[in-house]
Design a protein around this ligand. Structure first.
Ligand SMILES: *Cc1c(COP(=O)(O)O)cnc(C)c1O
Length: 418
């Protein structure tokens, strides 16, 4: 068979203003392209992995020895985190949107018995898994969590920290407290919150394992590593049961990061091939996060999210989210039902915003790594202009004035955040 000779693939630059991926810093891309050809056991590559491990402990705010990266995206880290969940394990999963719902599916796949999985291979019901559904747009709260864990006292509980489908922040403190109170091992999807929110995982002792991603708060789209962190308790549980995976096995994967037999060693040993380009890019992204400071970055997200919220409200949009990297909104009454069309129009112009991925259809606009007045103003202007092109009576200058007003009023109190 003769293959078509395609042209070289050109991908244009767009403004990634969605829930993720965020705009990767040019310094990260520079490290990516400046990296030499080197294999995964070359000494600087191994040193880079070990340094990344130490930086990740800082970014997570943890002394957990088993803290490292899983090659791939958020789901790769989550899969490694859930690898200790065995068929028949009792699990309570709190689900309040697109992503936690997929996490719930993963947990059902892992905890299903062989018969349960065979009965419905792509969407198994597992008698040992209880999914607590919280409506779109609402946060999972402490009393829901406590009531469910008290009643069911499962081996594992799961929650997304920030549910990116609806932009809602769930109660991490309540989750951890309930896990401690009812002696449950908590599993948390921190894909959207790590590197955006100001938190140290060691302050949440009920949570036994955490998983995040490279391309949201860590701002490293050249797909690199999904950060994960496991407490000693999780590791002990895993040592007892084993896991049905080689590649995503937390104990085995950790070896390449220089964590061998429960101790840090100077150099990692082979687990899988690592890309020197990925290591170099990830290393730089972590260096940038640490040099800026996690709490400083979190403050800048809060500051600019509030700016954007002010501008969108001035346009008559209703923001229903409370994450600081993402705004989820309804259009003004007169434009209701036009969300998908508006987003399509924006995306065709290289302005990458999103709708929700499950019902109800809302618009999602993100500010990952857009933490400057100019960048926020660009996003607001493009969005307001697109709205005005679809609807008479929408005046983009209303949004821009509201935004300018916000920045002028808040500049003094914001200090470095501006
Ligand atoms: C983005 C996201 C995921 C999926 O991550 P990928 O990097 O696409 O694999 C999972 N959970 C949450 C909360 C997310 O925001």
């Amino acid at each position: 068979m003769t293959a078509t000779q395609y042209d070289q693939l050109d991908i244009p630059h767009t403004l990634a203003a969605g829930p993720g991926p965020g705009n990767t810093d040019p310094r990260v891309l520079e490290r990516f392209t400046a990296c030499g050809v080197a294999d995964h056991m070359q000494s600087d590559v191994l040193r880079g992995l070990v340094e990344c491990k130490h930086m990740l402990r800082k970014v997570f705010g943890t002394d957990n020895l088993y803290t490292f990266g899983v090659a791939g995206t958020g789901w790769s880290g989550l899969d490694a985190m859930m690898s200790a969940v065995m068929p028949g394990d009792s699990v309570v999963a709190f689900v309040n949107g697109t992503f936690s719902s997929i996490d719930g599916l993963t947990l059902r796949m892992k905890a299903a018995t062989a018969d349960e999985l065979a009965a419905e291979p792509l969407n198994p019901s597992a008698a040992s898994v209880t999914v607590i559904e919280v409506p779109h747009g609402e946060s999972v709260n402490a009393s829901q969590i406590d009531a469910a864990l008290k009643k069911l006292s499962p081996k594992w509980a799961f929650m997304a920290h920030w549910e990116t489908g609806s932009g809602r922040v769930n109660d991490l403190q309540g989750f951890s407290d309930a896990c401690v109170a009812h002696d449950v091992m908590g599993l948390v999807d921190a894909v959207s919150s790590l590197g955006v929110a100001d938190f140290s995982i060691d302050n949440y002792p009920g949570v036994a394992a955490w998983a995040s991603c490279p391309q949201k708060g860590i701002c490293c789209l050249p797909l690199t590593y999904a950060p994960v962190s496991f407490t000693d308790r999780y590791i002990k549980a895993l040592q007892t049961t084993g896991a049905r995976t080689f590649v995503h096995h937390p104990l085995l994967e950790a070896r390449h990061w220089g964590i061998v037999d429960g101790a840090d060693v100077e150099q990692g040993t082979y687990h899988r091939t690592h890309s020197a380009y990925a290591v170099a890019a990830f290393h730089e992204a972590l260096r940038l996060a640490i040099s800026e400071g996690i709490s400083e970055r979190a403050a800048r997200y809060r500051f600019h999210e509030a700016a954007m919220r002010t501008a969108l409200s001035a346009l008559g949009c209703k923001v229903t989210s409370n994450m600081t990297s993402l705004l989820v909104l309804n259009l003004p009454e007169a434009m209701a039902g036009k969300e998908a069309e508006l987003v399509k129009r924006c995306r065709e112009q290289g302005f990458g915003i999103w709708t929700t991925l499950s019902q109800p259809i809302q618009i999602r606009i993100g500010i990952l790594n857009q933490l400057e007045r100019k960048a926020v103003c660009d996003i607001v202007t493009r969005f307001a202009r697109a709205m005005s092109q679809m609807q008479n009576g929408i005046n983009p200058s209303v949004a821009v004035s509201a935004l300018n007003q916000y920045y002028v009023t808040h500049q003094e109190t914001a200090g470095a955040a501006a």
